[in-house]
Design a protein around this ligand. Structure first.
Ligand SMILES: [Zn+2]
Length: 416
């Protein structure tokens, strides 16, 4: 009797087989609409067929396996994640979610069981946005929120997305056909590595995601006055970098001590940038995220006020530019409860935690109710070849997902 498809070693063997498909020898880089994407889709499609699914590939290159319910044509529970990677990626981000979904269906198929709903497992073609600098292309298309202007985006070699689609064997004019009909969908569930250190610090294998954090990104420009580092006395300076240094620490202070809120200054540039010149202008970025929009907006206002006060006291100018603003996306409480119950039934305690990173589930929330299950990963490392999980945790995640599917009920406000 072969191992269950849900076994940790079985899952990790497939992770390794998929991770071997890369554009670069010795490291994993698999970008949207490349020959590697084609090979990955073909391998995943073969596994889907083996698990009893009918496979199709939509107009944006998403690969979709469908396992019918008790009778053909029933609305579907969607389970998915992405098959593209960043450059020099880890091998679990995205892929674990797709392979876990296939394993859950393979187990049902092996046992000759069907559910009173269809199951569709989706391998999204592009989540990371590495090639065309536009994230969530695959899931946005399925959720009916694809912006056709994206077809004109170009990669680093100048290749238009629309032309890359055609080279992949797709009709770029048919993008709208990828959209799912909301009436045919019951919910969307995604299993994903946490990409953060919280589960590890709590010594838990899996966690139930409460929401995908909303984010505000600001560019801040501080205007001082450049001058000779030797001749201008300290009392007469308007040093933009010294002011910015105080502001960076203020961001840290203002974003500390509040649960599920984080703030980061990730980039800073000082001009003119010479050893013997007082910095006249500094630009830096602020990335602020929270799982509640009210908290995030309140802190953005507090940060702006705090930085303006520093600027006034130091007699430097300050200007803010909003680079990005996205609301938090909540997971459905009824589905969260079903994931938690599935974990409990397997003897696992699954704490609730927000996702600080974006996921396909964000786009899918425009189509249907969403839920996410996080699996612990080593030191929270992700987007890095050092990404790692244990076979036991991979199996725990897949078994919780299987149990969730076995007991799945659409959220009451969406029952057919
Ligand atoms: Zn991911």
């Amino acid at each position: 009797m072969p191992d269950s498809p849900l076994s940790g070693p079985a899952l990790l063997a497939r992770i390794d087989a998929l991770a071997a498909i890369s554009a670069e020898p010795g490291r994993l880089s698999r970008l949207y609409l490349t020959p590697e994407h084609r090979r990955a889709n073909d391998l995943v499609a073969a596994w889907m067929r083996e698990a009893g699914m009918a496979v199709r590939e939509d107009s944006l290159g998403n690969v979709i396996g469908r396992y019918e319910g008790d009778r053909p044509g029933l609305p579907a529970l969607l389970i998915g994640s992405h098959l593209d990677t960043v450059r020099d990626a880890g091998k679990y981000d995205g892929m674990l979610g797709v392979l876990s979904g296939i394993a859950v269906v393979a187990e049902l198929h092996a046992q000759g069981r069907r559910r009173p709903f269809a199951i569709e497992v989706i391998g999204f073609g592009d989540e990371e946005g590495t090639r065309f600098q536009s994230t969530l292309i695959g899931s946005r298309a399925i959720a009916g929120a694809f912006d056709p202007a994206v077809l004109d985006k170009r990669d680093a070699d100048g290749v238009r997305l629309g032309d890359a689609l055609a080279a992949f064997g797709k009709d770029p004019g048919a993008w709208a056909t990828a959209a799912h009909d909301p009436a045919e969908v019951l919910a969307y569930a995604e299993l994903h590595i946490e990409q953060g250190p919280v589960l590890e610090s709590l010594d838990r294998a899996v966690g139930v995601v409460s929401a995908i954090a909303g984010a505000t990104r600001l560019a801040v420009t501080v205007e001082g006055f450049a001058g000779h580092a030797g001749t201008v006395p300290m009392t007469l300076r308007r040093d933009a970098l010294a002011a910015a240094a105080e502001m960076v620490l203020a961001v840290e202070t203002l974003c500390s001590g509040r649960e599920r809120l984080v703030g980061t200054v990730g980039r800073i540039e000082a001009a003119p940038g010479a050893t013997n010149v007082i910095p006249g202008r500094v630009r830096f970025t602020i990335d602020l995220r929270a799982d509640r929009d009210a908290l995030r907006l309140e802190r953005v206002a507090a940060v702006r006020a705090g930085l303006e006060a520093i600027a006034a006291r130091r007699n430097v100018g300050i200007a803010f530019e909003t680079l990005h603003e996205s609301p938090a996306v909540a997971c459905h409480p009824a589905l969260m409860a079903q994931f938690a119950a599935a974990a409990t039934a397997l003897g696992l305690d699954a704490p609730e935690l927000p996702s600080g990173a974006g996921h396909d589930a964000m786009a899918m929330a425009g189509l249907t109710d969403i839920a996410m299950l996080f699996v612990r990963c080593d030191r929270g490392i992700s987007h890095n070849p050092a990404e790692s999980i244990t076979a036991a945790d991979a199996e725990a995640g897949a078994r919780v997902l299987a149990r969730f599917v076995d007991h799945f009920q659409p959220a009451s406000d969406r029952a057919p």
